[in-house]
Design a binder for this molecule. Structure first.
Ligand code: FEO
Length: 390
């Protein structure tokens, strides 16, 4: 168990997963991920969420170690379920079977969905809470706030008022195990944009509820416990969930078959750099798609550069645009560069996507390359660089 010091009464019992290849079967996590779980020990003992099935035995050992070595003879009274997604909820039935008196605390949506995941009859254990309800553990009191669609409909967060701790479910989570030494921002952004990014409005609603609370510590379900400079994390969440660009810069995402579209994208990058712009290039066929999506959201300008393929878009660009649409991409300036040796179609198809994004402006002209750059397309490239430069 990673050493996480929260307080005398609040203990970390979560697990690092260094071996997972793809989180949610799609996201590269070179530094793994943590599934956080906490124990609040008072006159009553509450477990705050379980963990992924990949680390069940380790989590049960962490729980047993805390219970038997530090609180011998006692049993946990409550399991608070913030989120039913299996990376946190996989062990609900298992822990209930281990502790027959354990009560399950959550909201109506959770209890409606529980039978979809488990065969155990939870009716005798059910403690159903609603918005603003409280549960006293002794000197600690849990306050429950519903947070629907941050990231599933049943999500709720819990505020513990004695120590002013927000148990924030997926909110403020990050990729990377707890023993990974890195700044929070990059992997928290990649996590947020790709996993919760579609749900900006619900996150804004949750931030409004959080603004009314005096929060000293944030305990998320992934990544480090946050104790210092909480305004920094709250500000990042406000930017991300309102879809405002975070920084000035141009993300260039290219989908190239034989390298000619890539060469044009790199030439555009060089022109923009000459004009003093920050540029971030992604080869969509090879680079981490989630990172490319993260940077498309992070910076204020985006260039889509793709070859035509079978009369359509080269597939990795179609995949990229599909992801941007899913994540509610908006409020950016977008340049388009297409390639097609005999019947270029990529530009038209990318424009159709862009027209579907809210509040996006197209930078002119569209650059059309027939196979390789020539004097005419280089002139278009220069014009596009001028239009994109600030
Ligand atoms: Fe970490 Fe939405 O689960």
């Amino acid at each position: 168990m990673s050493k996480v010091n929260i307080s005398e009464a609040v203990h970390y019992i979560g697990c690092d997963d260094h071996d997972i290849d793809l989180f949610e079967s799609q996201y590269l996590v070179p530094d793994g991920v943590s599934y956080n779980s906490y124990l609040i020990v008072d006159e009553k003992i509450a477990i705050m969420d379980t963990v992924d099935a990949r680390v069940t035995e380790q989590w049960l050992a962490n729980l047993e170690q805390e219970m038997e070595h530090r609180f011998p003879g006692r049993q946990p009274d409550y399991l608070v379920v913030s989120h039913l997604e299996p990376d946190h909820a996989a062990n609900i039935q298992r822990v209930c079977e281990k502790y027959p008196e354990l009560k399950v605390v959550s909201n109506a949506k959770t209890f409606a969905m529980l039978p979809q995941f488990f065969t155990l009859d939870f009716s005798a254990r059910k403690v159903e809470v609603r918005e603003g309800d409280t549960l006293s553990l002794g000197s600690h009191t849990l306050h429950f706030y519903l947070a629907p669609m941050v990231h599933w409909p049943e999500v709720m967060v819990t505020y513990e008022s004695a120590e002013k701790i927000l148990f924030s479910a997926d909110g403020f989570g990050k990729f990377g195990t707890l023993d990974t030494q890195e700044d929070w921002d990059d992997e928290a952004r990649r996590y947020y944009i790709n996993i919760v990014g579609k749900y900006g409005a619900p996150v804004q609603a949750l931030l409004k509820k959080a603004a009314a609370l005096d929060i000293r510590t944030i305990c998320p379900l992934h990544g480090p416990v946050l104790k210092e400079n909480l305004a920094h994390y709250l500000e990042k969440y406000d930017i991300w969930s309102s879809y405002r660009p975070e920084d000035e810069g141009v993300t260039i995402a290219y989908a190239s078959i034989h390298g000619n579209t890539a060469a044009a994208a790199k030439e555009l990058a060089a022109l923009l750099k000459e004009k003093g712009q920050e540029v971030f290039l992604f080869d969509l066929a090879r680079d981490d798609m989630a990172k490319a999506i993260e940077d498309a959201f992070r910076y204020d300008r985006l260039v889509l550069a793709a070859a035509t393929y079978d009369g359509g878009l080269f597939p990795c660009m179609a995949d990229f645009l599909y992801h941007l649409k899913l994540k509610n991409f908006q409020k950016r300036t977008i340049g388009i560069l297409e390639n097609g040796s005999w019947a270029p179609m990529a530009g038209k198809l990318m424009k159709e996507y862009v027209e579907g994004f809210k509040d996006c402006v197209t930078a002119e002209p569209t650059v059309t390359i027939k196979s390789t750059l020539n004097a005419a397309s280089r002139e278009q490239l220069e014009q596009l660089a001028l239009a994109l430069a600030k």
